[in-house]
Design a protein around this ligand. Structure first.
Ligand SMILES: NC(=O)c1ccc[n+]([C@@H]2O[C@H](COP(=O)([O-])OP(=O)(O)OC[C@H]3O[C@@H](n4cnc5c(N)ncnc54)[C@H](OP(=O)(O)O)[C@@H]3O)[C@@H](O)[C@H]2O)c1
Length: 291
């Protein structure tokens, strides 16, 4: 995600300095005019720093290392990873003490969606920070919604990803049901995608479901993290989430079976196995709706 975001900033004309823990992965960004830093702390002298890593623990570690020299601090930090409300609030406190403005700006869409120019940001924090960030957010994504002060963007993103998990599991169940009754997956999904129930998401997951291309877009571990964030929030706000609970455990079973390195859409394979069906790629050309 971070790679594609930085690529769009650099191609959009921003003066970009990138740091990634595994430096070689960032190197190809040089072809778009981005510079690649050896040390994370080099980014501290920049006006705006975007952060896109994995969990709250990773964000905390990265921000501590970013600010460890304290000689320079950025004016604004835009944190885009999917993290908890509590982690986000802790980060805001740390940054505000150092006089750094902070925008919580998680995103909807995967790396391919960024490439297709279809990513969306959901942002919260001081309105002034949002306005300052907006020209850069717009280089990365056409859509950036401001939902209010504090950590509100985090709960919006958590709700979004709980829906992602539940919808994917449901799509896997009905696709396998239709197939077991005799309908090829491509024919079933073509109908679904054109029906009122079809969506940008069902369309872009169709190639994976039809041709079993599970090249990772989002890992099962990261999806489990987001389901757990949703269930934690459900407990905090006293909201029952029966579908999210069941889906979380199905993702856990998939991880337990060792399906961890491919895309989370392998939920389809697990569903097929549970239904006594051995899936084969259909080798039918299907669009992802993103072109
Ligand atoms: N993929 C999606 O569809 C999607 C969509 C929306 C939101 N998100 C969220 O966006 C975030 C990134 O997701 P992703 O799919 O891009 O994950 P990813 O492919 O696993 O990449 C994670 C990135 O974070 C870096 N990283 C992780 N832990 C680190 C640490 N402790 N210190 C320094 N760097 C660290 C990794 O560096 P290395 O390269 O060195 O490993 C890598 O650059 C996650 O919070 C995820 O939930 C993902």
């Amino acid at each position: 995600m971070g790679y594609e975001m930085a690529g769009r900033l650099a191609r959009g004309g921003a003066d970009v300095l990138v740091w990634n823990r595994t430096k070689e992965k960032a190197k190809p960004l040089e072809k778009y005019g981005a510079k690649v830093a050896d040390e994370l702390a080099e980014l501290a002298s920049r006006d705006i720093v975007f952060c896109m890593v994995s969990t709250w623990k990773d964000v905390k570690q990265v921000v501590e290392n970013l600010l460890k020299k304290e000689k320079h601090v950025p004016k604004l930090l835009i944190e885009c990873s999917s993290i908890s409300l509590e982690g986000s609030a802790e980060l805001r406190e740390v940054l505000e003490k150092k006089g750094i403005r902070y925008l919580a700006a998680p995103v909807s869409g995967n790396a391919k969606v960024i490439k297709a120019g279809r990513l969306s940001f959901v942002c919260s924090g001081p309105k002034k920070s949002f306005q300052e960030a907006l020209p850069y957010l717009k280089m990365i994504a056409p859509a950036a919604s401001y939902v209010g002060e504090g950590e509100l963007a985090r709960i919006v993103k958590i709700c979004h990803n709980v829906f992602l998990g539940v919808v994917t599991q449901s799509l896997a169940e009905i696709t396998i049901l239709a197939q077991k009754a005799g309908v090829p997956r491509h024919a079933f999904l073509e109908f679904m995608n054109q029906s009122v129930m079809g969506s940008t998401f069902s369309r872009y997951k169709t190639p994976a479901f039809v041709n079993l291309d599970f090249k990772v877009t989002f890992t099962p571990h990261l999806l489990r993290k987001d389901m757990d964030l949703g269930l934690d929030a459900g407990r905090k706000f006293e909201v029952p989430m029966p579908l999210a609970s069941a889906t979380r455990d199905l993702i856990q079973s998939m991880i337990g079976q060792g399906w961890t390195e491919q895309d989370f859409a392998t939920l389809l394979l697990q569903q097929a196995e549970a239904s006594g069906l051995k899936l084969k790629p259909e080798n039918v050309e299907v669009g992802d709706g993103l072109a």
